[in-house]
Design a protein around this ligand. Structure first.
Ligand code: CP
Length: 326
């Protein structure tokens, strides 16, 4: 499925998932994002790379971080951005996704950023768009959330350096329903992390997850021992069918991250969370707002990483190479 993401020269054409992408391409995204970080510090936060391009945000599920950072990223690259209000669109009158696409293409859109509850929706769209149009997956069902994983890798690199082979990373919580965890696991293993652990009650661990190259723990303190990075995940209650947990209270008792439980991690370990956080469910406020937390830095980094992905796909290749001069 990932071949559809690359053009004949191996460059990004769509960004649907991390699975199957080569390491050098993930490193290119991180390096490109580095060059965009400084744009945020300028008085005029603009680079002209995507002037004349039109990008449409199509969010069929709610979002605070992803939608707004895609919008800011597009604006900082000087693109025109449409935030399509799905609940007011003709999809509510029965228009299909494909017909919606065709109509948006007729408005000369160059890129669609799509979040959808159905796994595979962005892949389906990528199969049907016009040859000059690109798709970025902003999170699809349980499948992947690739730009979230890349902003997480960028944040890890910022705090821990570029050598992922020196790092032990623990991902804690609702692994089963998490598109973020799936993308993070692919990114971390591709970038060569020394060890990737997933920690959760057995009911929230996907079958055969070990085949992705991770170690499974069902005891939090054991799994956290000696790690450099702790990534907490929200319980995706909207995706749970049936009773997978006894109670939220009990979940917090066994899997909620508190300062006391962090005693076993490396002294300089960082705590991450893709958001939205549920305080007192998977993470205590003293951790979320504490010294180890880089949660808001992840959000800021999302702008530079999304600028990198959008420009790698859409910028004319000769100008993309000149971006360091913006
Ligand atoms: N991390 C993340 O996807 O957050 P939003 O749902 O707010 O976009």
């Amino acid at each position: 499925m990932n071949n559809i993401q690359l053009d004949d020269n191996g460059r990004l054409r769509h960004f649907i998932g991390i699975e199957g992408l080569p390491r050098h391409l993930l490193v290119d995204i991180l390096n490109n994002a580095e060059s965009f970080i400084s744009v945020a510090d300028k008085q005029v936060k603009k680079a002209p790379l995507l002037r004349g391009k039109t990008i449409a945000n199509l969010f069929f599920e709610p979002s605070t971080r992803t939608r707004n950072t895609f919008e800011l990223a597009a604006k900082r690259l000087s693109a025109d951005i449409l935030n399509v209000n799905i609940s007011m669109s003709a999809t509510t009158k029965g228009e299909t996704l494909i017909d919606m696409l065709r109509n948006m293409e007729a408005m000369q859109c160059d890129m669609f950023v799509i979040r959808h509850g159905e796994s595979g929706a962005p892949f389906f769209m990528a199969q049907h768009v016009a040859p000059h149009v690109s798709i970025i997956n902003a999170g699809d069902g349980w499948h992947e959330h690739p730009t979230q994983a890349m902003l997480d890798m960028f944040t890890i690199r910022q705090y821990k350096g570029a050598d992922f082979s020196a790092l032990k990373v623990a991902i804690v919580g609702d692994i089963l329903h998490s598109r973020v965890a799936r993308s993070q696991i692919h990114a971390l293993t591709t970038l060569g992390a020394s060890e990737v652990r997933v920690i959760a009650p057995k009911t929230l661990i996907p079958k055969n997850v070990e085949s992705l190259g991770v170690h499974v723990y069902d005891r939090l303190m054991k799994g956290l021992e000696d790690v450099d990075v702790v990534i907490m995940l929200r319980l995706q209650k909207e995706r749970m069918q049936g009773a997978l947990l006894p109670s939220q209270h009990e979940y917090f008792q066994y899997y909620g991250l508190t300062d006391a439980k962090l005693e076993v991690v490396k002294p300089d370990a960082i705590v991450m969370h893709p958001g939205p956080i549920n305080r007192g469910v998977e993470i205590d406020s003293e951790v979320a707002d504490g010294d180890r937390s880089v949660i808001l830095q992840q959000v800021s980094n999302g702008i530079a990483v999304r600028m990198a992905v959008m420009s790698m796909i859409l910028a004319p290749k000769s100008t993309e190479q000149k971006k360091d001069k913006h």
